[in-house]
Design a protein around this ligand. Structure first.
Ligand code: CMX
Length: 434
């Protein structure tokens, strides 16, 4: 069978004329207008990026390479002994646009396996991080430190052709992705288990091996696969994806770019929201002395949070205008596997309680839950109670999508990103019609 890299090369050669033609013949076609509100409002909604890896419809939610999430979960090859798809298959899909066969997913597994060993200096680095460092800081620092391994950077200095940039970027991406579960699980061991590390098992798939290294039995392998797959990509404009793309556009390699994207993910309005959900729920449970609250008590707690000027973590979205399908998938899993979990019961009550309150408050454009409202509760149920760690899991998943994006950025020769900024006075002149 054809190797992944050869398949990718063919796809790239087919795709290049499309972007070249758009650029040469249709470069002046107008796609969007920009208002002062958008310039001052975080560039919300401006159509100014391109990604073929995924597309987010405000009503329907994310599609990976044209497939909805339920389709992705149905069609990807499943892990042996599990019910969830192989993360390796997802990477194949994101990279090529083709739904992989079992054999094709196995090739990715094989590639990851060959590249997963961490250099000793990464363990030493994690050991040397100052106490109370947030796991996201450690994760980002470890990825950044691997920069010295970059194949792209070596090739660039040796002077390779621009047309070949994608190749060492692909190699760097596989090398990095293969190592992320090792970095994350050692970070966990170091912070919360006195550094007692469980060696990886080369016979297991990405998700299975992650669960094994975390020391958690079934169905945590399926939980990990589901988690990494639902978090992989959310088109190109969110903070993590955009940061990865932006940094890579200066020809910083994958290590520099992914470390940067992880830092963007670490903010409470983005990935860190999953940790915030758990912190918020624990605060609620403490106030209730561990009892599941009544609906009225829950409403009061939500209003108290809003009235103190805080956001309800896990609700709202910058683009989505319906319940996040990533929330629904995790909810289905929870209903099947942990319906009696008291925290899950509270999360499910919040699903009914929060949206009407946010609507009544009248600020949030989307009152519905997002991915982060559910993910932490599942981790908690399977024994990961150190919720500071949750965003690292998000980071592993998101890296898969961002690496696929960056490989394609290089393949299609996307240039340095450089939008134009204005001054307030210039905006005031526009406002006055000058
Ligand atoms: N609770 C309270 N207020 C909210 C809210 C929420 N969950 N979501 C939005 N709002 C408020 C905003 O803070 C904003 O208020 P101001 O006008 O006072 O600034 C107003 O509603 C309008 O915001 P918006 O246009 O609906 O949302 P944005 O595009 O500005 O922000 C997001 C989107 C996700 C940052 C926001 O909904 C939020 O803060 N949610 C809670 C944090 C969260 O769950 N983040 C994770 C998102 C998914 C992810 O990236 O991981």
């Amino acid at each position: 069978a054809k190797r992944l890299k050869d398949t990718l090369y063919e796809k790239i050669m087919d795709w290049r004329p499309r972007t070249e033609r758009l650029m040469k013949e249709y470069g002046n076609v107008v796609v969007d207008q920009v208002t002062i509100g958008q310039i001052l409002g975080g560039m919300r909604g401006i159509k100014s990026l391109v990604s073929d890896i995924s597309y987010l419809d405000p009503q329907e939610g994310i599609r990976y390479r044209g497939y909805t999430l339920p389709e992705v979960f149905e069609k990807l090859p499943k892990a042996k002994g599990g019910n969830m798809p192989l993360v390796e298959g997802l990477f194949y899909l994101l990279l090529t646009g083709d739904m992989p066969t079992e054999e094709q997913a196995a090739e990715v597994a094989d590639e990851f396996n060959k590249r997963r060993i961490l250099p000793r200096f990464i363990y030493e680095l994690i050991d040397a991080m100052p106490c109370c460092s947030h796991p996201m800081t450690i994760f980002s620092t470890a990825i950044l430190t691997l920069h010295r391994e970059s194949f792209f950077t070596k090739k660039y200095h040796a002077g390779i052709s621009k047309l070949d940039y994608w190749d060492p970027t692909y190699e760097d991406s596989l090398n990095l992705l293969a190592k992320l579960p090792e970095i994350a699980t050692y970070t966990y061991a170091k912070l919360y288990r006195d550094g007692k590390r469980i060696q990886s098992n080369p016979n297991l798939d990405f998700g299975g091996n992650f669960a094994h290294m975390m020391g958690i039995g079934k169905p945590y392998d399926d939980v990990s696969r589901m988690h990494f797959i639902v978090h992989a990509d959310h088109e190109a404009g969110n903070v993590s994806a955009h940061t990865g793309h932006l940094v890579a556009s200066s020809l910083s390699d994958v290590y520099l770019s992914i470390s940067a994207m992880v830092n963007g993910l670490a903010g409470p309005l983005h990935g860190l929201a999953n940790q915030e959900v758990l912190r918020w729920l624990q605060d609620l449970m403490d106030k209730m002395n561990g009892e599941v609250p009544t609906e009225d008590e829950l409403k009061q707690f939500v209003w108290n949070t809003l009235n103190s000027g805080q956001v309800i973590p896990g609700f709202g979205h910058a683009v989505l205008r319906k319940t996040d399908p990533r929330y629904m998938l995790q909810r289905e899993f929870s209903l099947k596997n942990m319906p009696e979990d008291p925290l899950f019961k509270v999360v499910d009550m919040l699903y009914n309680v929060v949206p009407p309150i946010l609507l009544e408050q009248g600020k949030a454009k989307n009152p519905w839950p997002n991915v982060d409202a559910q993910s932490g509760v599942i981790q908690w149920h399977y024994g990961i109670k150190e919720y500071d760690f949750y965003t690292v899991l998000f980071g592993i998943g998101r890296s898969i999508g961002i690496c696929a994006n960056i490989i394609w950025d290089r393949a299609l020769g996307y240039p340095l990103e450089r939008p134009k900024s204005l001054t307030t006075a210039i905006l005031e002149d526009f406002a006055a019609g000058k």
